[in-house]
Design a protein around this ligand. Structure first.
Ligand code: EPZ
Length: 416
């Protein structure tokens, strides 16, 4: 099992290039299953999750070529609309094949995704919406079987603006008969890009970027090419490192996607300068404590909550961090306390008292974003930190230790 070893408190400086967004490319990859043709996707990050999705698409019968960030998917010979448990259990996003395969083949068998490190992650919004579109849904030994000769447009309203459910339903509705209206749809940039991509393929989706989507089904879609948007969560992770360890510039970012975090970072006393495609951050002289509550976009992303907790452990005072999206997404807290942080949990609220210094320690990753928070804390801590189970970080960050090394960090990967 690989570990990441860090000698902490090295100053950071220079520029880092942000990769394409994991959470945009995964649904885009499944959308290619809707067409009998070849699709080309560029700026694809080389991650464990993108490689898992490629494996899944190939099991389903697509042909994939992935070289230097360019991914070609030929879905002409797709003939096996099934997503097996052993793949779906490693990556919940596999569930995104449900909508496109049902729309194209009228039948699909997808394993129910398990929970994850921080608790159950239901799919009831996906299934109830597909039923409204006319699908017959049965559950058989852990698999969802969905059938529908031709999906029919319907009015759908989500209790919560679920990213995954919005993605699955826009893909299913794109070729349904008639009009589908989704209220309380997700507005995350990754879902906006998925809708833009579907329209490039010939779909007719209106209201993109708002919580009300209107999809007029079309009979046929055609292949289209697209460049994946930059990863706002990777960018936010590097911004936290800059806030702690030195002035750095992020290239290939869309600052608007990080508005909520940028305003919190200036509340902390950091200097932020942005252009159309870059952000420069300089650390605060004294890091002010800033409370934060996660929310759906454009609120503060739950995927940046763990990184914010890490930052606040070194603030000059106390702060309160609440996760309203995932109430139990705090497996990073006991690990951060091993660095000498002072965090107490009350339900979905972290009560943090800033400390003068963190001391390096052996810690264990539990999920993608928790791992990122441990790496950032290790970079800021005095002495050596070793982060184990880093297969979690490799799911969602491309060459993370090389990128931090290029900024001056003393960080390396060790095969143990
Ligand atoms: C996406 O997951 C992201 N994953 C997650 O990022 C992210 O944390 C999450 O959205 C929230 O922003 C990808 O895009 C691949 P949801 P998703 O459906 O779609 C509840 C990362 O680190 N819910 O928006 O699974 C659910 O329990 C990952 O990159 C239902 O109750 O998230 C949660 O409380 C982790 N029933 C809330 O909605 C459903 O049918 C938000 O979930 C679906 C969701």
């Amino acid at each position: 099992m690989d570990k990441i070893i860090i000698q902490g408190q090295a100053k950071l400086s220079g520029e880092v290039e942000i990769s394409g967004a994991k959470n945009a490319v995964l649904p885009i990859m499944t959308a290619t299953l809707l067409v009998n043709g070849v699709s080309k996707i560029s700026q694809v990050p080389d991650l464990k999750d993108t490689r898992t999705m490629i494996k899944l698409l190939e099991i389903i019968g697509a042909k994939c070529d992935f070289i230097n960030g360019n991914l070609k998917i030929d879905a002409t010979s797709v003939d096996n609309p099934e997503a097996p448990y052993d793949l779906v259990k490693t990556m919940r996003a596999s569930f995104y094949v449900l909508g496109p395969l049902l729309a194209r083949f009228g039948y699909v068998k997808v394993s129910l995704p398990g929970g994850c490190a921080w608790g159950p992650r239901p799919v009831d919004y996906h299934l109830n919406a597909l039923k409204k579109l006319g699908a017959k849904i049965t559950l058989k030994s852990g698999y969802i079987l969905a059938e529908a000769k031709r999906l029919k447009g319907a009015n759908i309203s989500f209790d919560f603006p679920s990213v995954g459910a919005t993605g699955n339903i826009v893909m299913a509705a794109a070729t349904a008969l008639g009009i589908t209206k989704i209220s309380n749809a997700a507005k995350e940039p990754e879902i906006v890009q998925l809708c833009d991509y579907l329209n490039l393929m010939g779909a007719n989706i209106k209201g993109i970027g708002t919580s009300k989507l209107v999809i007029e089904g079309v009979d046929l879609l055609k292949s289209a090419d697209i460049k994946v948007i930059p990863d706002r969560i990777e960018a936010g992770t590097f911004l936290v490192a800059g806030a702690l360890l030195g002035e750095i510039t992020l290239k290939n970012v869309i600052p608007k996607h990080l508005d909520s975090m940028l305003s919190k970072l200036s509340d902390c006393g950091c200097d932020i300068a942005s252009t159309e495609t870059s952000i420069t951050i300089s650390p605060a002289k004294l890091l002010n404590p800033v409370d934060m509550t996660t929310d759906v976009y454009p609120g503060f992303a739950t995927d940046l909550q763990a990184q914010w907790v890490a930052l606040m452990t070194l603030a000059e005072g106390s702060s309160i961090i609440t996760d309203n999206v995932y109430h139990d997404r705090f497996s990073h807290v006991p690990e951060l306390n091993r660095f000498g942080a002072n965090i107490k949990m009350k339900k979905n609220v972290a009560l943090i008292r800033g400390v003068k210094e963190l001391i390096g320690a052996p810690v264990m990753s539990t999920d993608i974003r928790a791992s990122a928070s441990l790496i950032v804390a290790g970079l800021a801590a005095k002495g050596e930190t070793s982060v184990s189970r880093i297969y979690h970080i490799d799911r969602g960050y491309e060459k993370i230790e090389a990128k931090f090394r290029s900024l001056g960090a003393n960080i390396m990967r060790k095969n143990t």
